[in-house]
Design a protein around this ligand. Structure first.
Ligand code: TZP
Ligand code: MG
Length: 212
């Protein structure tokens, strides 16, 4: 696989405030984060393009892909590695056509119905969630729990990353579900040490890898 979903940081401007976006991302990558998604529902396109360019400068030398949430124009203008879309955003096909064959394209999935009707062509991975209720996403869908997650992982024809209320202590259960990774906001952003938080997630994920 050209990307590693195992410890996937999703950013949030408010939750990343204590250290700022760039420092948080830098520290999280030093701790072992394998993918970063720039997610901001409120920032202007211009602001987000500037942020994405700065994050790209941090991430490219580390070979950690930067994925942009929702905004195709930001992905195009910033040279980011890919785009993550929701059910009512830019379609996977539009994203693939615009970003080309090497881009990493992800799609959020909450139900079996969405999974069964998703376009497989051009899709690289799915984000499955929320596993638990979370305050980090407004108006999120009904939580899946680990059983619901496992069902979706089993059906998915593409690699999957679990999201929503997940912490280091959930890694064993996420791995048992068969998902390829854990995506988090608050388990890294807003922690006293984003680097140590990321390190713990990465360490636990790798530990389980050896034990399997
Ligand atoms: N999509 C589903 S849940 C969620 C997103 C973006 C928020 C995850 O944040 P946290 O703090 O890891 O629960
Ligand atoms: Mg969206």
């Amino acid at each position: 696989m050209r990307f590693d979903l195992s410890v996937y940081l999703v950013t949030d401007a408010t939750l990343c405030q204590p250290y700022g976006l760039e420092r948080t991302v830098e520290d999280a990558v030093a701790g072992g984060v394998t993918m970063v998604q720039l997610r901001d529902k409120h920032a202007s396109e211009t602001t987000m393009i500037e942020q994405a360019k700065r994050l790209n400068a941090i991430l490219k030398p580390k070979n950690v892909p930067l994925i942009i949430n929702d905004r195709l124009n930001v992905a195009l203008a910033s040279g980011a590695e890919g785009l993550h879309v929701g059910q009512s955003d830019t379609t996977v096909r539009e994203a693939r056509d615009a970003l080309g064959p090497n881009a990493i394209i992800g799609l959020s999935i909450n139900t079996l119905e969405q999974l069964n009707s998703m376009p497989l062509e051009g899709l690289d991975y799915v984000g499955l969630g929320p596993v638990f209720a979370t305050t980090s996403k407004q108006d999120h869908a009904t939580p899946l729990g680990f059983d619901g997650l496992a069902t979706l992982v089993e059906v998915s024809a593409v690699p999957s990353v679990a999201i929503g209320g997940l912490k280091a202590q959930h890694i064993d259960a996420v791995k048992r579900s068969g998902a390829h990774g854990i995506a988090v906001i608050s388990a890294i952003c807003g922690q006293a040490s984003p680097q140590n938080a990321a390190k713990e997630l990465a360490m636990r994920w790798r530990q389980r890898e050896v034990m399997r």
